[in-house]
Write a protein that binds this ligand. Sequence first.
Ligand SMILES: [Zn+2]
Length: 149
Amino acid sequence: MTSSPNPQTEFVNPVVVYTAASNVEAHMIVKLLSTNDIPAYAVEDQSGVSLWAMGTISQFHQPRIWVEDASAEDAAKLIRVFEEKNQMRRQPGLGDNVIAVVCEGCGKTTSFPESQNGTTQDCGHCGCFVDVGDTDFDADLETAEESGQ
Ligand SMILES: [Zn+2]
């Protein structure tokens, strides 16, 4: 880290296109923009406290993503796609990688990772053997069980 470049000085008219929720997200977005030929950098609020003294306190630790003014529109589009993908990944409930199995012994549902598809595992409720993936039931069953009267 002896001669780390300072990208901020290369920007003529930098603007904030996004306020990330975390440093990890900030770095992901900077990388995303960079691979799309949009130079970007992330700045944490802490380093610009005096500059952003009038900013809201709720954004204190949230890094901002800066890009050149001319590429702000393209950057915003890329970030929007990034966000949509992120939200899909954060959907609650059973994901694609989980197999719900109904135990023939106790009738309760246990979820197993898809990597155990086709194997025999122990029921999480009674300890009976259950066949993962070898049933007609799918992930919806857990919801059906809860709403069933
Ligand atoms: Zn069981």
